[in-house]
Design a binder for this molecule. Structure first.
Ligand code: SAH
Length: 255
């Protein structure tokens, strides 16, 4: 398989980037490894001369960069989402190093799936709700007392490992079992999670407890299962029926 033919399946997503120079450096970093797709989520300043200067000629990447207001928009179509973080957050996601993650990314692309590598803001990193949209957390194994790389250097590591996995013909090594049907993408999953949350409210599942923890747990379960669209439709159908029964029960008890 021609490596370049699959490269449009990989995207690099920069979330709330503060310094436009880092956007330019990231464009250069991915371009050197054969990738061109950059998605920017609410960049503080873009386009910007500093970005152009640091891109050092990777102008096609900058010109083609998508700009979105939120992460879900930048993930449209992606079925494997890998979030890079220097530290563990409150989210219990499977943790991979970049090499393991790249092997999975290349295997997924080989099945025709779209892969997103997601990077956080320079100072604050990825927020918990952003990491909750990822299938795995990827940590570059830096030392504990100085763990944070420059954003574009972290992008370079991910792009380099992806390229190395491609050159090695990485195929297997998938930790997530596959299905003949393609898994649902990030937007379809988001709609599913919204319906799930609404249904739990409607059936009064929480009984005064905070919904956040259980919702994160359920997110983890469904992200691990990687449901396809038909499976999600069945779940939407179940939720709709549960909502209908809950509303009937409310009417009966009030009437
Ligand atoms: N203080 C922030 C650091 C942000 S650095 C934090 O602790 O998360 C900007 C981005 O570069 C991070 O959000 C992450 O996507 C990436 N990055 C930097 N160092 C990394 C590391 N050791 N492992 C994985 N990603 C890293």
């Amino acid at each position: 398989m021609d490596i370049a033919a699959l490269n449009p399946l990989f995207r690099y997503v920069l979330v709330r980037t503060s310094h436009p120079g880092n956007i330019g450096s990231a464009a250069r970093a991915i371009r050197t490894m054969g990738f061109t797709r950059l998605e920017l989520i609410a960049p503080h300043r873009f386009p910007d001369d500093e970005a152009t200067a640091m891109a050092a000629g990777a102008d096609d990447v900058l010109a083609g960069a998508g700009i979105h207001t939120d992460l879900v928009g930048g993930l449209a179509g992606a079925t494997l989402v890998l979030g890079l973080s220097a530290r563990r957050r409150g989210v219990t996601l499977p943790e991979l190093d970049p090499r393991q993650a790249a092997a999975q990314a290349v295997a997924a692309a080989g099945r025709g799936e779209q892969v997103a590598w997601v990077f956080g803001n320079e100072r604050t990193g990825l927020e918990n709700d952003e990491l909750a949209r990822c299938h795995a957390m990827v940590r570059i194994p830096s030392v504990d007392d100085f763990s944070s790389l420059n954003l574009s250097q972290a992008v370079q590591v991910a792009a380099y490992e992806t390229r190395m996995a491609q050159l090695a013909g990485a195929g297997g090594g998938e930790a997530v079992p596959s299905n003949d049907e393609p898994p649902a993408d990030a937007e379809q999953l988001e709609r599913f999670f919204e319906h799930l949350a609404q249904t739990l409210d409607d059936i009064e599942f929480h009984k005064g407890r905070q919904p956040d923890t259980i919702l994160l747990r359920l997110r983890k379960l469904f992200l691990r299962a990687r449901p396809d669209l038909r499976e999600l439709r069945v779940m939407h159908g179940i939720f709709a029926d549960a909502q209908r029964m809950a509303s009937l029960a409310r009417k009966n008890s009030s009437g």
